[in-house]
Design a protein around this ligand. Structure first.
Ligand code: ES4
Ligand code: ZN
Length: 326
């Protein structure tokens, strides 16, 4: 279709991608075999069939099991390289990747193994594909503040390769305020700050992400639309929202893609972007997110172009680099 051709042709940045969420069932099977790890599935089809979620927690329970096949530096390289090759073909020119070190260090994998594997793939993407990147360490918010501080400590020898910190996992019951001190410490280290907020959590969590965590960008942010004051502020500050439509659909934040608020976000003057979140689990990489959402809510060509431009405006790149992509 015309929309699909436009989306394919547009240079894009992806700003909300959990690298562990790009683990396709085929690679999960291969790594399980390579590492002698038991997984509770007999086939790729059985894995895909298990990806039927009612909410965020439902998904996270499966996501943390899936990542257990990731053991060696080569595994983290293979995972990341597969994602980068995939989005290269979709004309993604810049990526800002989340990783969840606690999902690995808590099962005995060295922090360095994770970072080395991921960054080796990022370096290869720069030299072979011309894809630039940033790497964002996410704290798991269902774990303690103390555990987050321990993770930040483990990151210190690797700050050359880590650009920012984020906050992900189970949102409800784990408000941003729980991580105010560790985000302040990360800021002192010169790290950028982002946080998932308003995916399932109330607008109050978005206020906290802005005021207490001092985020430079907001992940999801959908529930900001319930709070007019907040919408006005996000618009005034031109805060980037990394929206993930197929994720919202698959985690039942919306009933149908036709109900997605993305068009409303743009109309309200919010700097919304389109991203895939966990593409292997939610059934679509970034171009699918653009194309299916555009079809469902009737985005115009101009709106699609604006979304792609917003992805660079919201990127953690120098102004000259951003301009080069617009
Ligand atoms: C996530 Cl969709 C989503 N939300 C919160 N945390 C996550 N970790 C991986 N995917
Ligand atoms: Zn996410």
């Amino acid at each position: 279709s015309d929309i699909a051709r436009l989306v394919q042709a547009l240079p894009k940045a992806e700003l909300h991608l959990h690298i562990e969420g790009s683990l396709e069932p085929e690679l999960m099977f291969e790594l399980a075999r390579r590492n002698g790890i038991e997984i509770p599935f007999n086939s790729v089809e059985e894995i895909r069939a298990a990806y039927d979620f009612s909410n965020l927690q439902d998904f996270l329970d499966v996501y943390y099991v899936g990542m257990n096949v990731l053991i060696t530096e080569a595994d983290f390289f293979d995972l990341t390289w597969a994602y980068l090759q995939r989005v290269d073909a979709e004309n993604v020119r810049h990526v800002e990747i989340f990783f969840d070190p606690q999902g690995h260090t808590d099962r005995g994998i060295a922090f360095a193994t994770v970072v080395d594997g991921i960054t080796r793939a990022l370096d290869r993407a720069k030299s072979e594909l011309g894809i630039t990147s940033k790497l964002i360490l996410c704290f798991l918010r269902h774990l303690s503040e103390e555990a987050a501080f321990e993770t930040l400590e483990m990151a210190k020898p690797h700050l050359e390769r880590i650009d920012g910190v984020g906050l992900d996992s189970s949102e409800l019951g784990h408000p941003p305020s729980k991580f105010q001190r560790v985000f302040a410490a990360a800021g002192e280290l010169g790290l950028l700050r982002v946080a998932h907020a308003g995916e399932e959590g109330p607008p109050e969590y978005i206020h906290e992400a802005l005021d207490l965590l001092k985020v430079d960008r907001l992940d999801h942010g959908n529930r900001a639309l319930e709070d007019g004051t907040l919408v006005a502020r996000l618009g005034r500050e031109q805060m980037t929202l990394t929206v993930c439509p197929l994720s919202n659909l698959r985690l039942c934040g919306i009933k149908r893609l036709e109900d997605h608020p993305l068009k409303r976000m743009l109309a309200l003057g919010l700097r919304a972007t389109v991203n895939s979140d966990d593409p292997a689990y939610f059934g679509g990489y970034v171009n699918d997110n653009y194309i299916r959402t555009a079809a469902a809510i009737d985005l115009s060509a101009d709106e699609i172009i604006e979304l792609a431009k917003n992805s660079f405006r919201g990127a953690f790149l120098p102004e000259a680099e951003i301009e080069r992509h617009l």
